[in-house]
Design a binder for this molecule. Structure first.
Ligand code: ATP
Length: 541
């Protein structure tokens, strides 16, 4: 049975993920990728870059593409001019609501605190908890009993609500026991908390030198819109893609790497004519969903969720999230992997004119928000970021479609999907449970492992030659220690799709066995054909 506990344990044991600064007790919300994890994440980012940018052929229009389009890349800085964040809206609006518990000296994200009603005799209280979904009811029961000073034998005298409720659904008169509190009603009212990490530029460090670590890579693309246009001869419609680190001071980082404070994003800003923007929005939604399934996420575990009007960000005309049924979520719940937003002309216009008024109804032209002095509250760059179509002579501010994906959430989803347990014969032919990471070969950290069947009779020499040859083309692993069955098992856990074994026949016939991780089928392949055969098998996925 797949469980988050087993997945987390495998990730640590086999070197996919480690807690950051673990020898000092770790730091919440930060994760390091070990030798296998770093390869997996690199492969995921490369697959994205390749499939979305470099292998995209702008000269071809397919049946479901509104028109031909071009894609280019960018690598902008993490620290940018402080004004960027004022005009983007992050300075004023990028916050979550937090609540504090002075008694327990703890802080929580308001929308993440859940709980249940608990009733004993004629007293009804609400017990809040931060426990994972699977442990929520047990945690509430345990703390309710402690609060009412009940012994185990009296457990059935206390009733526990069957429904899990978030704090924001309660009215202000409710008696709430905070997630780590011993007495009632210790939680403060929700307050805004800006999620950007502050930092200071230079040695003098005055108020004007305060800036932020970027909370998204997107703004680096918007402020370079004109540079890319002027330097690369792209024409609208076109997209700029970027992969890089982003930082958010999340109030309650949790669920392994799902909500981290430092993470990587893979973002595209796609610029198009306003009249075509709805078609492009639909195009990117479908294209991005299909990308996840093409790399192995099962369509039963994925949903495309269109946001309701009241849920839309202030700038957005439409947003859809691609969500995945992560195993740490309750049955039927999904977590966001990627958001695809129709941002209208909000971003380019803000960086031209200044921060726009978020109160203006969506879809309408937004006005510059004025400060007390009657001037724009946050002044834009004053640069003209409009586009002139050379063929028609029309000048306009392009609309933007933004598919914004998280590389860490993506990697986690592929890890969760890949984890499986099945029955396979061990070296003595006895059926045993095996743990296997069924990663798509394009994503697998190690593509092939090479084993000499035994450590003698010239087999290691032949195996090392094969290893050296394959190494020129892909990440390969060599192992000659222990029983071959055990070596297979280690590679199954690492997600290695092919194991190549050199045996006696290899010496006389110049062939090896290639074992397929998923089907367990073994086939004989000529040593001279190995590179082509393994490459072809990987590319066919
Ligand atoms: P959430 O609602 O989960 O906080 P969001 O809607 O704020 O996410 P976006 O601003 O749309 O996220 O960011 C785009 C993508 O970046 C997300 O779909 C996700 O994959 C990734 N991402 C955002 N925040 C985090 C985080 N704290 N840790 C890891 N990945 C993140």
């Amino acid at each position: 049975m797949k469980s988050m506990e087993k997945i987390v344990s495998l990730c640590k044991r086999r070197g996919f993920l480690f807690q950051s600064s673990e020898i000092y007790g770790g730091v919440q919300g930060f994760w390091d990728y070990g030798p296998l994890g770093v390869e997996l994440k690199r492969n995921l980012k490369e697959a994205w870059w390749n499939d979305m940018l470099t292998s995209h052929n702008e000269l071809v229009t397919s049946a479901d593409t509104p028109s031909t389009y071009e894609m280019v890349g960018l690598d902008s800085t993490i620290i940018m001019h402080p004004q960027v964040w004022k005009c983007s809206g992050h300075f004023d609006l990028f916050h979550d609501h937090m609540i504090d518990c002075p008694e327990a000296k703890r802080r929580y994200r308001f929308d993440q605190v859940r709980g249940r009603w608990v009733e004993y005799q004629d007293k009804k209280i609400f017990v809040a908890t931060m426990a994972e979904a699977a442990e929520e009811a047990d945690d509430v029961r345990r703390r309710g009993m402690k609060f009412f000073k009940l012994r185990n034998k009296d457990a059935d005298k206390m009733t526990l609500g069957s429904e899990s409720i978030t704090l924001d659904q309660l009215d202000s008169t409710t008696d709430v026991l905070g997630p780590d509190a011993k007495s009632l009603d210790t939680l403060t009212e929700p307050r805004e908390f800006n999620l950007m990490f502050k930092t200071t530029l230079g040695a003098l460090g005055g108020e004007d030198d305060v800036t932020f670590l970027r909370p998204e890579t997107a703004q680096g693309i918007f402020v370079n819109f004109k540079n890319v246009l002027d330097s690369s001869r792209v024409r609208v419609p076109f997209g700029i893609g970027q992969v890089g680190k982003s930082f958010r001071n999340e109030i309650t980082p949790r669920n392994f790497t799902f909500r981290s404070r430092e993470f990587e994003q893979m973002e595209i800003e796609f610029f198009c004519h306003p009249d075509q923007s709805q078609d492009w929005y639909r195009f990117w939604r479908d294209r991005r969903l299909a990308w996840y399934t093409s790399l192995g996420l099962s369509s039963e575990s994925l949903i495309m969720r269109e946001h309701h009007t009241e849920e839309l960000a202030h700038y957005s005309i439409g947003t859809a999230d691609i969500e995945y049924a992560f195993p740490f979520l309750p049955e039927g719940e999904y977590g966001e992997l990627e958001g695809i937003a129709h941002r209208g002309d909000f971003d380019l216009r803000s960086h031209m004119e200044g921060k726009l008024d978020p109160q203006t109804p969506k879809g309408q032209r937004m006005e510059v928000e004025l400060g007390a002095d009657g001037k724009p509250k946050h002044r834009g760059s004053g640069k003209d970021l409009s586009y002139r179509d050379e063929l028609t002579g029309e000048r306009y501010i392009p609309h933007v479609i933004e598919p914004s994906a998280g590389a860490d959430r993506g990697a986690l989803a592929f890890i969760c999907e890949a984890y499986s347990e099945d029955e396979a014969p061990d070296e003595k032919g006895k059926m045993q449970t095996r743990t296997v990471m069924k990663l798509n070969p394009r994503l697998a950290p190690i593509k092939a492992a090479v084993f000499p069947l035994v450590k003698k009779d010239g087999m290691p020499e032949v195996a090392k030659d094969i290893y050296g040859e394959l190494k020129k083309h892909m990440n390969v692993f060599y192992d000659e220690k222990g029983a071959v069955g055990r070596r297979y098992r280690r590679q199954d856990e690492a997600g290695t799709p092919y194991c190549i074994t050199v045996d006696t026949e290899s010496l006389s016939e110049k062939t090896v066995t290639v074992r397929d991780r998923d089907s367990l089928q073994q086939s004989r392949v000529r040593i001279d054909d190995l590179v082509a055969e393994i490459t072809q098998r990987i590319e066919s996925h």
